[in-house]
Design a protein around this ligand. Structure first.
Ligand code: KPL
Length: 303
């Protein structure tokens, strides 16, 4: 049987690994070693224990890379290149790679420059880590997978079937680029603000924060139009406010990063928007100010 390699043992990486492990051989690769016995708490509150093969870069020689069904890169956006550089010399070039990152940074770069099939995935599954040995599947969601130019439809369909069969409902799509930009719009409107003010998503509906969200939605909508991204059925504003309502109790990923003292994904989320704006001569004062705030926070010297 072929094996799935999951790179990045954060909440989403382990959620995937633990679901896949119920039906397929799985290896989890992370920078530091984790307990092999992992607990998945389901949205219904059931605890499932699974033993996973967990490797680090130092033990990577134990991985048989000749029989990989796919490598799922589930690292933070800023860690993608380093993770792939560790792995690439050992991977047959035709190994399918699936990019699960937020933002729109590594996806176009790797799709264009990597030799083998490179697909992108985006998901609304909710998960958070409950320590080194457990992950909580907080809420069921939907996942979409596809190639940025609509190539490899059979591979996308196979992987969608595999993920759906393990309880991660997934659709193979030929418009993953549009879906990634829609997710980018959501992430840009929610993540930097909640991370900066340390809010749960639903607090953005309070009178103090609502105008800030609306100002960002206005800028994001102009960028999407310039990038020729078709709007969702009820428009960007309705989509973003719906996500805020649906995830009202969540601590967004960028807030979790801030609270844990980790770097944030502000470049992957905000820079593609700012770059499109610049190319189209559009002024984005709110997005630019947020990007500057997080850059200064992470690199205090860079004013
Ligand atoms: O995707 C998310 C994230 O946390 O990164 C949102 C949609 C903002 C949900 O919290």
């Amino acid at each position: 049987m072929t094996r799935h390699l999951i790179v990045g043992p954060g909440a989403m990486g382990r959620l995937l690994a633990l679901h896949l492990a119920e039906q397929q051989p799985v290896t989890l690769l992370g920078r530091r070693s984790l307990p092999h016995c992992q607990t998945l708490t389901t949205p219904e509150g059931e605890c499932r224990h699974r033993s996973l093969e967990c490797l680090t870069p130092d033990s990577l020689e134990r991985l048989d890379t000749s029989r990989l069904a796919a490598v799922h890169l589930v690292t933070k956006a800023y860690a993608t290149d380093a993770a792939l550089a560790t792995l690439a010399p050992r991977l047959p070039s035709d190994t399918p790679l699936v990019l699960w990152q937020n933002g729109f940074d590594s996806q176009p770069r790797l799709t264009r420059h990597r030799q083998g099939p490179t697909l992108c995935a985006t998901t609304t599954e909710g998960a958070y880590s409950s320590g080194d040995d457990g992950v909580v599947h907080a809420g069921h969601g939907q996942t979409w997978i596809g190639h940025l130019d609509g190539r490899y439809p059979e591979l996308a369909a196979d992987l969608a079937a595999t993920l759906s069969a393990i309880g991660i409902p997934t659709l193979a799509v030929d418009d993953i680029r549009v879906r990634l930009w829609h997710k980018l719009a959501v992430n840009a409107a929610i993540n930097p603000l909640v991370a900066h003010f340390r809010l749960r998503n639903g607090q953005l509906r309070e009178p103090r924060f609502r105008p800030m969200v609306d100002a960002i939605i206005e800028e994001v909508t102009r960028v999407m139009t310039a990038e020729a991204i078709p709007p969702p059925p009820h428009g960007f504003s309705a989509m973003i406010w719906e996500v805020i309502a649906a995830t009202a109790e969540n601590r967004a990923s960028m807030l979790q990063d801030v609270l844990a003292g980790r770097p944030t994904e502000h470049d992957a989320i905000l820079l593609p928007l700012l770059q499109t704006a610049r190319e189209n001569g559009l002024d984005m004062p709110h997005l630019a100010a947020l990007h500057q705030q997080f850059t200064t926070r992470q690199h205090p010297g860079k004013a």
